[in-house]
Design a protein around this ligand. Structure first.
Ligand code: GLA
Length: 748
């Protein structure tokens, strides 16, 4: 049983295949957190919580005057409340109508149900196959009349536990939610590192490992989107944890707006993790009877290092976050015209690209920015979602049909949440833009943001997108979002609700996406936010893939995709082969290297195919074939990072098919150096008993390698899985700068 309640000890034990999570409602009603880690039994683990009088850490009144050891300031808890004696950072802060801010939630009741809870208006993982159980624990603060339901979704097979909460105002007056935490997770012992994914435009999700020392270590966003600056995910691990060993806990927030993730080490070296909507610009008013749902957070644990943790998340996101038709079927290899033409195109030019693409085996053509309104550059036109027929030379329907006639599907770009001041929409509805009366707004890429918290704005976007999507054969949409949100104001909200705008903005975007998917269930939507500026599990609920970064340089992508892979699977990472020299870095790289890197993402192209030589076109054809052949392994298989892009000469990663009959070892050299030091790797995830043969991918003749390196690929030579995972192999040397290899291990 995934959820077990012992009425005698009042313990709740959540069991997954390899992990146990336990909590206990103690005599005073505090919901203690007693354990999370390697699987153990269901016995009451609260004995291990040490209590002692610590000066300046007070005691709840009901403990009497004798027990000074019982302090909310040191007990590990499932939900931590501000204002009643726990002075660490808290997961919930609520202010009453009279201005007092005090909350003390006590256990009241619980329910265990089959299936998975859902969260109205918010993305959340779903069950579908009867794989999950839900535990809801009701916590009450009698004095203020606040009820909080804590939700736990247990996906036993995948070692994932999800959490969320519902805050209800059961009291008389209004309440103001100042901090809405999805998770409070306390560890009474352990020395930890926190791994986070920081970045910026064109350099998203770079890993950074920081010791959790005394104080509060936090990452977050107040940009209205999860942002490229800090991804809403993190790993807490023991100091010695590596890819292959050690305890590691992973967290992914299923939310795309402002967030805060905190790790705090307290006075007695306990560690607390809190994940919440960022409280800096958040207050949510609850009138009597109203309730508020926090977003969901995913948690997983691995006793065997980061690879285990990543594989739990990959499978979970693929199966229980991504939805619809595109969850299970192969996504099309696409070509996007952005880096090929930028704004300089017309219908004929696009059809010519589509024609070339079709001949090379590409399956979808995406028309990027510039097809609508008055949009010759990025200074105008956003919001006017009407095709520019003069520029296209035909209607959108005609263009779509011409594209489809070449043999590829047709997709288009939108930036629904944005508006240009130079647009008919802005001239007609200036009040729809996010601005504060009497204050000049902040411009970014010369655009303003639409107030997605307003229903009329949401309806306008839905109406425009629906009409466009109905008007032409469109099977794919790139949903872009190219700025951060500030200047927040909604004229229809009273002053004490203005703090709701950031969250309402995110909910508005979710509503539009949800309705769009309901109307067009076949549509494939790719998320984007100036590249990977809103790459999170919340968006993946609506958009099965997200453009990983505007940086398409394959060497830069090694770092970006490496960081992204800790949490998100390859089939969510938009990745394209672009031109060389690269447009962002000017670096010249082989086409093969660009192909190998992009194949560990959704795979596509973003260049002017007309500028390729015949030989290069043949190489593109080959790449598309290789990708299709290896699709199951590359996109659905287990993922292993064998070296890092930071300290090693060569980044090496591996995907292994579910049946363990095929593995792909991808290797990209970062630089060439005389008297090269060999790169050795041990493969992972193979079947120890199976026998494998190694080969290079199609188009690479192993006989071009130095003679002594050919030994790996010689006819008739086989290796056991055990050998490949213990002794391992060397990576063939580079024959050119930035050489990439794909070595296939196939069951012999
Ligand atoms: C953003 C996206 C790009 C492209 C441009 C178009 O920068 O990340 O891929 O779509 O917008 O303006």
């Amino acid at each position: 049983m995934a959820v077990y309640y012992d009425p005698e000890t009042r313990t709740f034990t959540l069991s997954t295949r390899n992990t146990t999570y336990q909590m206990k409602a103690d005599e005073l009603g505090t919901l203690l957190h007693t354990y999370y880690g390697t699987k153990t039994d269901t016995s009451d683990l609260s004995y291990a919580i040490h209590m002692q009088d610590r000066g300046l850490s007070g005691n709840p009144y009901e403990t009497g005057q004798t027990d000074r050891g019982y302090s909310l300031d040191q007990l590990p808890q499932e939900v931590s409340c501000f204002g009643t004696g726990d002075y660490r950072t808290s997961s919930m802060k609520i202010t009453n109508e009279d201005g007092t801010a005090a909350l003390r939630l006590k256990y009241a009741d619980h329910k265990i149900q089959k299936g998975k809870y859902s969260l109205p208006g918010l993305p959340a993982s779903y069950d579908g196959e009867g794989a999950a159980q839900t535990l809801s624990i009701t916590m009450r603060d009698e004095e203020s009349g606040v009820t909080v339901e804590l939700y736990y979704g247990v996906f036993a097979d995948l070692d994932v536990i999800t959490r969320a909460a519902r805050i209800v105002n059961d009291g008389p007056g209004a309440k103001y939610v100042n901090k809405a935490g999805s998770m409070n997770l306390d560890f009474v012992s352990g020395e930890f590192d926190l791994i986070t994914f920081y970045g910026k435009w064109a350099r998203e999700r770079v890993t950074e490992r920081t010791p959790v020392n005394h104080g509060n270590l936090s990452i977050g966003s107040v940009r209205g989107a999860s942002s490229p600056h800090y991804n809403p995910s993190a790993i807490l691990c023991e100091r010695s944890a590596t890819e292959t060993a050690g305890e590691a806990y992973g967290f992914a927030y299923v939310y795309s707006g402002d967030f805060l993730f905190e790790a705090e080490k307290d006075q007695i070296d306990q560690t607390r993790l809190v994940c919440s909507i960022h409280p800096m610009d958040f207050t949510w008013k609850l009138a009597p009877g109203e309730s508020f749902y926090t977003p969901e957070i995913l948690m997983t644990y691995s006793a065997d290092g980061f690879a285990g943790l990543s594989n739990h998340f990959h499978e979970f996101i693929r199966k229980h976050i991504v939805r619809g038709k595109w969850r299970d079927i192969r996504r099309p290899v696409l070509i996007n015209n952005w880096e090929g033409t930028y704004f300089d195109f017309n219908g004929d030019k696009l059809v010519a690209i589509a024609k070339d693409a079709a001949e090379l085996g590409i399956e979808l053509f995406v028309m990027d920015d510039g097809w609508f309104g008055k949009r010759e550059d990025d200074n105008s036109g956003l919001g006017d979602w009407y095709p520019n027929e003069k520029k296209l030379g035909c209607t959108l329907k005609e263009l779509g049909e011409r594209i489809e006639d070449t043999g590829v599907k047709f997709g288009i770009w939108f930036e629904p949440e944005a508006v240009s001041e130079d647009s008919d929409l802005y001239r007609e509805h200036p009040e729809w833009a996010m601005t504060i009366p009497g204050r000049l707004p902040n411009r970014s890429r010369n655009e303003l943001i639409l107030n997605m918290g307003r229903e009329d704005v949401q309806d306008y976007i839905l109406e425009r997108m629906t009409e466009i999507l109905r008007s032409a054969p469109i099977s794919y949409v790139k949903w872009d979002f190219n700025r951060s949100v500030c200047d927040k104001f909604i004229e229809t909200l009273p002053p004490d609700r203005q703090g709701e705008i950031a969250h309402r903005f995110t909910l508005g975007t979710y509503r539009v996406l949800e309705e769009l998917i309901r109307t067009f269930p076949e549509l494939l939507i790719e998320g984007c936010s100036s590249g990977g500026g809103r790459f999170d599990a919340g968006m993946l609920y609506y958009t099965p893939q997200i453009w990983c970064s505007d940086d398409t340089d394959p060497i830069e992508r090694l770092t970006i995709q490496y960081g992204t892979s800790f949490i998100y699977p390859p089939n969510t990472m938009g990745a394209h082969v672009s031109a060389s020299p690269n447009h962002q870095t000017r670096r010249v790289t082989p086409l093969q290297t660009r192909g190998v890197t992009a194949m560990s993402g959704t795979f596509g192209y973003e260049l002017d195919l007309n500028k390729l030589t015949d030989e290069e076109k043949q190489e593109v054809k080959r790449q598309v074939r290789v990708f299709r052949d290896l699709y199951e392994t590359l996109e659905q298989g287990e993922y292993y990072r064998l070296t890092t892009p930071f300290s090693d000469t060569c980044t090496v990663w591996e995907q292994v098919s579910r049946d363990k009959r095929t593995a792909v070892v991808n290797a990209v050299y970062h630089y060439a150096r005389a008297n090269h030091t060999p790169v050795y790797v041990r493969l992972r995830g193979l079947d120890t008993e199976k026998t494998y043969r190694l080969r290079l991918t199609e188009g690479n003749d192993y006989k071009t390698l130095p003679e002594h390196e050919q030994i790996l690929f010689e006819e008739g030579r086989t290796f056991t899985g055990r050998t490949l995972m213990t002794r391992g192999i060397f990576i063939p040397i580079y024959l050119t700068e930035y050489q990439a290899w794909q070595i296939i291990a196939e069951e012999a």
